[in-house]
Design a protein around this ligand. Structure first.
Ligand code: GLU
Ligand code: ZN
Length: 285
């Protein structure tokens, strides 16, 4: 089967070296395997997403010498598809409206999952008015009962037992966007024919939820490649405000993007950055 990978940045800010690394990994795997490399701009966060960041991300990729196949895809053009999938889950009785605020959830939650406090289930049987400002949450226990146990394969970490239960009743849609990150990325990867989802190991746990959504919605199941993250000398996750300039600033300063890409490929990372040896997948479900 042809390998199809993608780089899927959210245009909420400028790309930095961690994004460059991620894009290079996705691009090079596709090229090595004679496959295709796609770029998808995940611009559905109406409050944070900006057209300038999307444009500049594409220019950054060209500057690095990365060519993608076809037109860059805009996630915002897929919103009707996200809404349809949400409707199907509603018809299956697997999602319910939730009107809780973040503060209410933080106060009532007793566990912390990969995305933060695990929703305590307050609205699950509350008969919340679906017309009130609401998020739609997946009834995790019901959904998992329907699919039974699931597994998925990370090329680096091996076969994984899906543990979406760690997330509790995840948000699949918000009033202002019919697809949350989890729902939108799963649907779009299927629609784009992605066979190998390449992304940073910080999103490893999210795959548990994506695998469940694939089973519920009858979507094809790709493989995953969660790569190590670029971290600061201290071992901390790369933070834009410290030291390392955005790719667009490097570009504006006249740096050679091809030379930077060659350095990244050779494991010579600027600004004291290094790849985290942390194998998130193996340690942390
Ligand atoms: N759009 C997400 C981000 O920028 C990544 C999506 C993914 O690779 O699954 O963090
Ligand atoms: Zn609620």
């Amino acid at each position: 089967m042809e390998t199809v990978t993608r780089f899927a940045p959210s245009p909420n800010g400028p790309l930095h070296l961690g994004h460059a690394y991620s894009a290079i990994v996705a691009h090079d795997i596709a090229r090595e395997r004679g496959g295709r490399f796609l770029v998808r701009i995940e611009d559905i966060d109406g409050a944070r997403s900006r057209a300038e960041f999307a444009e500049s991300a594409l220019t950054d990729l060209q500057w690095l010498g990365l060519k993608w196949d076809g037109e860059a895809i805009r996630q915002s053009s897929r919103i009707a598809n996200h809404a349809d999938a949400l409707d199907r889950l509603k018809a299956m009785g697997l999602v319910y409206p939730c009107t809780c605020t973040r503060a209410q959830i933080a106060a009532a939650a007793s566990e912390v999952g990969p995305d933060g406090p695990v929703y305590p289930g307050t609205c699950r049987h509350a008969g919340t008015d679906p017309d009130a400002p609401a998020a739609w949450r997946l009834d995790m226990a019901q959904a998992m009962a329907l699919t039974g146990p699931l597994t998925w394969i990370d090329e680096l970490a091996g076969e994984q037992e899906a543990r979406p239960d760690l997330f509790g009743d995840v948000v699949l849609a918000r009033k202002d966007a019919p697809g949350s990150y989890h729902l939108a990325v799963t649907l779009d990867d299927a629609r784009d024919g992605i066979t190998l989802v390449t992304r940073g190991a910080d999103l490893f746990a999210s795959t548990h939820v994506h695998r469940l959504l694939q089973a519920l919605l009858g979507l094809p199941v790709p493989r995953w490649h969660h790569h190590a993250l670029l971290v600061e000398e201290s071992g901390e996750k790369l933070a834009k405000r410290r030291g390392s300039p955005a790719l667009s600033d490097r570009r504006a300063a006249g740096e050679d993007g091809l030379a930077l890409a060659a350095d990244i490929r050779g494991g010579r990372f600027p600004d004291g950055l290094s790849l985290s040896g942390l194998e998130i997948g193996r340690e942390n479900p």
